[in-house]
Design a protein around this ligand. Structure first.
Ligand code: SF4
Length: 344
């Protein structure tokens, strides 16, 4: 399926359907799109029973479906593509059988011309399934020939705030992969990728005190305790009718952290909201303010980074809802579209 996602050429939806797991799911675009596709005669076979609109036209997930009939699709795409795997669902959902996940990685291995981007919020299950020592002699996403992680399988997790990073990052970095990546979208709060508090459990399940993980350098506690590191951070604000604003500082901070560590940074979008530079946009801002406090498209971030709608103190960062297109994907005057170099 063609994609509106800037960094992908294609989506390969071998799994459709999902279940909400955290605040980043509140305005899930995939759920909305799946509910629309379920009533489209051309796509009904894939999405009927997966999602629907309720009586108030709110989309909801109904089930998770695997589509073995689509497994072969990438073999027919001759030109190399960057492919999002099951972006209309959750590849590592508990209802997706391990055998099906193994089939998906068999196709990844059989199609070295493509790059396959896996992205999950079920980081714990991804780690358990791929690294399960009882189920296989080698992790499911390793090459039979080399005994190494498949060079064209990128493993990623979504984090919307620091709490999500704390819950998911260690599972990601403890799973070997050719490329480890993070989708920091929708950015709903700041994330310090250099200092993620994690709690480790030992083999009998005892918890140790929290330690700090620098995900950009792969340091746990410090430089002498190494784990895999992130190769790519993709950041972006939320889009859609109910989009929540992203503080531009969150995007700038993650970019600066990446640049300091030598990690690729890709800025996908501001989302619907943009910071108002009073010198450049003062007239527009004043026009909206004059519309009165009931006007829904204005607000501000206070010094603590909290967003308040309908107010406009002089010393806060002022935000205006202008739409995704106008908000653009420029950050400080340029496009950030760094991606890791991959084996060709
Ligand atoms: S995990 Fe992703 S696809 Fe699933 S509900 Fe949340 S945002 Fe939507």
């Amino acid at each position: 399926m063609p994609t509106g996602i800037e960094y992908l050429d294609e989506t390969w939806n071998v799994v459709t359907g999902c279940t909400e797991v955290s605040e980043g799911c509140r305005n899930c675009w995939a759920r909305n799109r799946a509910a629309s596709l379920a009533v489209n005669p051309k796509t009904r076979d894939r999405y009927e029973g997966v999602a629907e609109f309720d009586a108030k036209r709110r989309p909801r997930w109904l089930s998770v479906k695997c589509h073995p009939d689509r497994l072969d699709d990438p073999s027919h795409w001759r030109k190399p593509r960057i492919i999002g795997v099951s972006f209309m669902g959750e590849m590592f959902h508990p209802e997706v059988p391990e055998a099906f996940i193994a089939d998906v990685f068999d196709i990844v291995e059989a199609c070295p011309q493509h790059q396959f981007l896996f992205l999950t919020k079920q980081a714990g299950r991804m780690h358990r399934v791929l690294m399960n020592p009882r189920a296989q002699t080698m992790p499911l996403h390793f090459s039979e020939k080399t005994g190494e992680p498949l060079p064209n399988a990128w493993l990623g997790v979504t984090v919307e705030n620091q709490k999500a990073a704390e819950e998911r990052m260690l599972f990601l970095l403890d799973t070997p992969a050719a490329v480890h990546w993070v989708s920091y979208e929708p950015a709903l709060g700041p994330v310090d990728f250099t200092s993620i508090s994690i709690i480790e459990a030992d083999s009998i399940g005892s918890m140790s005190p929290a330690v700090s993980l620098d995900a950009l350098r792969g340091h746990v506690r410090g430089p002498d305790d190494m784990i895999a590191k992130l190769d790519l951070v993709i950041a972006g604000g939320e889009s859609g009718h109910y989009a929540r604003p992203m503080h531009p500082r969150w995007a700038r901070d993650s970019r600066d952290q990446c640049q300091a560590a030598g990690t690729c940074f890709y800025f996908k979008q501001h989302g619907e909201w943009i910071e108002v530079d009073d010198s450049a946009h003062g007239r527009a801002w004043n026009r909206y303010l004059r519309s009165g406090p009931e006007f829904p498209n204005t607000g501000y971030f206070d010094d603590a980074g909290r967003f308040w709608a309908l107010r406009s103190p002089r010393d806060a960062i002022r935000m205006l809802k202008v739409g995704k297109k106008q908000a653009s994907r420029m950050l400080d005057g340029r496009i950030w579209d760094q991606l890791p170099e991959v084996a060709g």
